[in-house]
Each structure stands twice: as C-alpha cells, then as structure tokens.
Design a protein around this ligand. Structure first.
Ligand code: SF4
Length: 230
C-alpha cells in the first residue's frame, strides 16, 4: 500500500515554516506520509484553480478576513473578534446582500438573535428551519420506536434537502449553516448551491462546542480513546 497522507500525525509541520519571506520551505525532513511530498501533482493542479478570477478573489478576501481577526500588539498576536463578527465582515467584504440562514429547530432562539444581528448590519436574511414542511419521520422509514418524542407522537423529520432547495430558490448570495446534526449537515452541504459557511455545529452536550469533549479526551472523556467495541 502506498503511504497515505497523515498530516494529523506530523511531528514537524514543515508546511507552516517559521522562515523569512525570501527563504523556501523544505520538505527533505518531512515524514513519509507528507502530502507536500506525496501529492505534488495534485497540489499543482489544485492551486491552478486560484487562477480563476472569481475563485482567486474569494480566496483573497477570505485570507484578508483571516488576517483582520488578529492584531499585533507589543505582547504578540491577539485575537480580536468572534466568529459571528468574522462572518459579518466577510459577507460585507464580498458585498453579499441577501443571506440564507439554515438552522436546526434546537437553536431556534439563537437563529432569531443571529437574524437580528445580521439585519442590524444591513443584510436581508432568508431563514429556513430544519423542520420546514413538517413531513413525518415515517416518510424516510423511521420506525415508531425510533421517534424522539415517543411512538404515539407526531414527529416532523429534519429535511436538510428542503432547507437547501428553499434557499436555492431564494437565490441568496451566501448561506450560514447553524446547528445541524451530523449527517443532516452532510445532505445540506451536498444540495446547497450557494457559497456557504458554518457558524456552529450541533453538540447537544457541550453547548455546541464539539471540541470541549476532545479537549477532555485524556480525562473525563477518555472513553473516546478506547478501541471501539466489536
Ligand atoms: S503537509 Fe507534510 S509537513 Fe505539513 S503537516 Fe502534513 S505531513 Fe507535516
């Protein structure tokens, strides 16, 4: 088997070197699994995509936005703004006017606040809840005993495809995804035609901060590192 890229196991991070602007990164001491060495053809081909003017400009603005999220102080770099402001600023840079907000019913209150924030900044907001259409879960083969409120209750399915298609029909400039479940977000991303960003992902246990459990993987969530049961 050829080596597969495994950046997550890299001890060196030579692709992010601390060198002067006129020096060249070197991958001589990179690990065998380094994609900077293994995948040069794909790197060259993919980077050519930035020659397309609209892609290059989008990428440029994203990197300018990234830069503006920090400030240099005598003590070093400091972070400056939360992601919601980063999102607003990036949308402003791109002159987006009409934003789509696809959200989970579980964060409906947050969606209301986010809409107020975006409208205060001058955007038009089109928002669609995951339950739009109120299609029963039975439509996709969910059994009565697999319904969250219980077999005797009606439960609307989450329909990320509906969310995506409604936002596609509204011709929004940019979509903000908020709080969708794992898998539902996968479908939304697959069907959404507008450029899209994720403001938050769902984590029912950690206040929508999945990395909280990762940070605790050597202590309270050590079960995450145990082998999966057969
Ligand atoms: S690209 Fe190479 S140097 Fe960079 S993190 Fe991956 S393995 Fe390490």
């Amino acid at each position: 088997m050829p080596d597969k890229p495994q950046c997550a196991k890299c001890p060196r991070m030579l692709c992010y070197p601390n060198i002067a602007v006129d020096e060249k990164p070197s991958f001589e001491e990179a690990p065998r699994f380094c994609p900077s060495k293994l995948k040069q053809d794909i790197i060259e081909k993919s980077v050519r995509e930035y020659d397309r003017e609209e892609i290059r400009e989008f990428a440029r603005l994203a990197s300018v936005q990234e830069f503006e999220c920090y400030e240099r102080t005598p003590d070093g770099f400091r972070t400056k703004i939360p992601r919601i402001e980063e999102t607003v600023q990036f949308a402003q840079k791109n002159a987006f006017k009409r934003l789509g907000l696809a959200f989970c019913v579980g964060v409906a209150g947050e969606a209301r606040t986010i809409t107020a924030i975006l409208e205060a900044k001058g955007f038009e907001v089109v928002s669609v809840c995951c339950k739009a259409g109120a299609i029963p879960k039975e439509r996709i083969g969910i059994k009565p005993e697999e319904k969250i409120p219980g077999p005797e209750r009606y439960e609307s399915m989450c329909s990320p495809i509906t969310q995506a298609e409604i936002l596609n029909s509204e011709e929004v400039d940019f979509v903000i995804l908020m709080g969708l479940c794992v898998g539902h977000d996968t479908l939304f991303i697959r069907y959404c035609k507008a450029p899209m960003t994720v403001l938050a992902v769902k984590d029912r246990v950690t206040g929508h901060n999945p990395l909280a459990a990762v940070y605790l993987a050597s202590s309270y969530y050590v079960r995450l590192l145990l082998p999966a049961a057969e």
